[in-house]
Design a protein around this ligand. Structure first.
Ligand code: 3VV
Length: 219
């Protein structure tokens, strides 16, 4: 793809003479130690904080206090920022959602060329309305795990071309759900991916997506 944003501070491209030929760094470092032994707890505390923020109605005094403390936390983290390829987030395969704070937490129960099965639990902060999950967060879960099914099928990186989610029934929060994705058909670089999200036997949503395997050097 041309026109990809190139903020070389946060996502430096692969070197021109690397196997990825200056494009997307398809060879990630999979890690279980980046960020230290308590990185999972660190992420979990942030998620818990977001759960509280979603439902909290702070007094102005409490808001003042929390803002000051958050400024201090942000200043501390500012002293140890790294680029996309070196952050634990997204590469810690021992943690829910590979330690990626932006994803609904899921745990892979099975994964390979035939597809991916996971248990996902939407948090309180994933609220849409009336106690159930926001549809956009359901789509995020399908995008990541659909992309993973595509990636495992082609042994490389694939990008979403389209993603259609059919919302068949309400998706609960704070409930273990089963999410499955698989490559239904492959036509060259095109991977037609299907998926389902269930609470027990009840279908909450299903997926119809197209992922495109990136060419060498493609950003
Ligand atoms: C880290 C450690 C991990 C360890 C664990 C291991 C495994 C884990 C692996 C991974 C997990 C993570 C997974 C994450 C997943 C997230 C994915 C995203 O959210 S990606 C962001 C959103 N998507 C975009 O921003 C794309 C923007 N669009 C583009 O860049 C291009 O349009 C692109 C790449 C999709 C296609 O562009 P072209 O230039 O490469 O290819 P052209 O020639 O245009 O299309 C190829 C074929 O596809 C068809 N096509 C393209 N788009 C289509 C569409 N929307 N509908 C129908 N057909 C389409 C075309 O008609 C063409 O078909 P014909 O070959 O001629 O038959």
């Amino acid at each position: 793809m041309t026109g990809a944003p190139r903020d070389t501070k946060w996502n430096p491209p692969a070197p021109e003479d690397s196997p990825q030929g200056g494009g997307f760094r398809a060879e990630f470092d999979v890690t279980t130690d980046r960020g230290g032994p308590r990185y999972g707890e660190f992420v979990e505390q942030v998620r818990t904080f977001m759960d509280k923020v979603r439902y909290a109605c702070p007094t102005p005094e409490l808001a003042d206090e929390v803002i000051e403390e958050l400024k201090q936390f942000n200043a501390k983290l500012d002293t140890m920022l790294v680029d996309e390829w070196h952050t634990p987030s997204g590469t810690r395969i021992d943690l829910p959602s590979r330690g990626n704070i932006t994803l609904p937490p899921y745990e892979i129960t099975d994964g390979g060329e035939d597809g991916v099965s996971a248990t996902v639990e939407f948090r309180r902060f994933h609220l849409g309305g009336n106690g159930v999950a926001h549809g956009g967060h359901v789509a995020v879960a399908f995008d990541d795990l659909g992309g993973m099914a595509a990636a495992l099928n082609v042994h490389g990186v694939a990008r979403t071309a389209y993603l259609t989610v059919n919302y068949r029934s309400l998706t609960p929060l704070e409930t273990p759900l089963t999410l499955k994705t698989w490559v239904e058909r492959r036509d060259g670089r095109k991977l037609f991916v299907k998926g389902t999200l269930h609470e027990g036997d009840r279908l909450c949503a299903d997926l119809d997506a197209l992922f495109i395997a990136l060419r060498p050097g493609q950003a």
